[in-house]
Design a protein around this ligand. Structure first.
Ligand code: TTP
Ligand code: MG
Ligand code: MG
Length: 406
């Protein structure tokens, strides 16, 4: 039995926005491409102790390091993974050698080329990054059940009460780094502290190949001297707003009362008030549920030819299927998203009770779904494919609520 339904078009957009950490945002051959996986949060019934031990692990120059590992000729070189500098590409990742020239992620590749004309530019190989990601997430789970992946290359671990390494979170982190290196040939940096916010800051303090501990007695001095842009959760816009208000570092932020911060920054003001005092009670969530897997592309030039659209959809479907297969999952619903040149967006879905799991079945449905839109008559700016109502492939089908991520 099958049914075709229209879906609320805003849901998929929300899926892409909900999980920025899982997105790999790139401009590939002048097109902007987004691969996303939607997850829901569910908290483990976790006993909070007075003092927790949280480790944040983040891989160093992740995509670029995988390339340098796999291609020895790139080692020691300024290497940029991302889009073409001749087109409208952006830098996804760059090696530490490239960073000396001021190059960073999300910068246009053209600008990166200006800064370092001798840099090597390579296209991303998502499969290789995903494989490394699965390996590191597997290692994390050997140390604690409380692992919260934040993106392909990082995770929080709660090791409170662990008996490994004589209960030392620092030694556990060192062990994890060693194991990652042995198993993947890649380096990671780890931060250790008593909450997520400080552990995340700590992992960035000693990059690359870093290990940095923020003890409760050291947190205050560190936070007071920390530049506002280094506070995780304070983006560029908030940074500019804070600077305009004379807030440049933690010490300045601390002068502000909770109500005054709330007045200027709303609910986030209360969060800022807490974090600058080293207060962050957010638990490590370990059983995020995958709700959908999707990939979408914004074209540099709008498409008008439906054959070309189907070719593009084929590539997107391949990406989605490779993720599904890596996770040994199948899906009951496939959704096509079309955004027209006036930014109007529609989605068309098709569901099958027995589910889809291979590329051919998904590809077989795409032309019909595309026909149910105005594509062909109107110019198309973005196409996306996603699958939802996921279930594990081994044994009998289970509801998505029962599926644990990674
Ligand atoms: P990050 O961990 O932010 O960066 P990184 O691992 O490249 O470097 P660092 O040593 O500072 O941690 O991101 C992980 C990967 O995610 C990165 O290698 C490429 C991808 N990415 C993008 O595709 N676009 C982006 O804008 C960013 C920030 C990352
Ligand atoms: Mg990283
Ligand atoms: Mg990261």
């Amino acid at each position: 039995m099958s049914e075709t339904v229209d879906q609320d078009s805003t849901r998929l957009a929300a899926a892409a926005l909900d999980c920025p950490a899982e997105r790999a945002v790139l401009k590939e051959a002048a097109d902007q491409e987004t691969v996303y996986q939607k997850k829901g949060d569910q908290e483990l019934d976790h006993q909070q102790t007075v003092q927790r031990k949280i480790i944040h692990v983040d891989m160093d120059a992740f995509f670029a390091s995988v390339e340098q590992r796999d291609f020895p000729e790139y080692r020691g070189q300024p290497l940029i993974v991302g889009g073409n500098p001749q087109h409208r590409g952006v830098v996804a990742a760059c090696s530490y050698e490239a960073r000396k020239f001021g190059i960073h992620s999300a910068m246009s590749s053209a600008k990166a080329y200006q800064l370092c004309p001798n840099a090597i530019f390579v296209k991303p190989r998502f499969e290789a990054y995903r494989e490394a990601s699965i390996a590191i997430q597997g290692i994390f789970k050997e140390y604690t059940a409380l692992v919260e992946p934040l993106s392909l290359d990082e995770a929080f671990l709660d090791v409170t009460g662990s008996e490994l390494c004589s209960g030392s979170a620092t030694l556990i982190a060192r062990d994890i780094k060693q194991k990652i290196y042995q198993e993947t040939g890649l380096t990671a940096s780890a931060g250790i502290s008593y909450n997520k916010f400080l552990a995340k800051i700590a992992s960035d303090m000693d990059k690359p190949d870093g290990l940095f501990v923020v003890l409760p007695s050291a947190a205050n001095d560190l936070l007071e001297s920390l530049a506002i842009r280094k506070f995780h959760g304070i983006g560029k816009a908030t940074e500019a707003k804070m600077q305009a208000l004379g807030i440049n570092c933690g010490r300045d932020l601390k002068q502000w009362s909770k109500s005054r911060l709330q007045k200027h920054f709303g609910r986030m003001g209360v969060y800022y008030y807490g974090i600058v005092r080293g207060e962050d009670e957010r638990p490590v969530h370990n059983n995020r549920l995958r709700k959908s897997i999707g990939a979408e592309t914004t074209f540099s030039d709008d498409l008008i030819d439906t054959h070309e659209m189907l070719e593009r959809l084929h590539k997107l479907a391949e990406k989605v299927v490779s993720i599904m297969q890596a996770k040994k999952m199948a899906a009951k619903t496939i959704t096509l998203k079309v955004k027209f040149d006036n930014f109007e967006q529609v989605t068309r879905s098709h569901s099958e009770l027995l589910g889809f799991q291979n590329l051919d079945t998904i590809l077989g449905r795409l032309p019909q779904l595309l026909e149910k839109t105005d594509a062909g008559e109107r110019r198309v700016r973005l196409l996306g494919v996603s699958v939802s109502n996921l279930f594990a492939l081994n044994n009998e089908a289970v509801s998505p609520e029962q599926i644990r991520l990674i």
